[in-house]
Write a new protein. Sequence first.
Length: 128
Amino acid sequence: MPQITVDYAAPLAAAFDRHAFALALHTVTEQTIGASVAACKTRFRRIEECVIAEGEERVDMIHIEVAVHSGRTQEAKTELARAVCEMARTRLHAAPGRRLDVSVHVGEMDRQAYAAHQEDARDQGVPA
């Protein structure tokens, strides 16, 4: 069930294999907190402009939010944040002359306040 959002600076777009990155994120999530890969959902949002600290130029950022169902220990969430940050750090690199700023936040979603639905076109009698 982890809902993952990856915000990334526009200059990273050309060299950022988002599909492969999501698959790696799902694997890290499974290995760290035991959430199944099949339950992971990742979306990407391109950031056209960002300002970091005092506005230093030539800095690109990626920020990853991982929302998991409530009930995990603080240690498990901290370990997941560290593992995701390390995975991102090893897969993404700053372009020449630029700096990459990576951050991760793991938060909780209330299990009782979460609802989801999946629909397949085949469920509607529509040929696939």
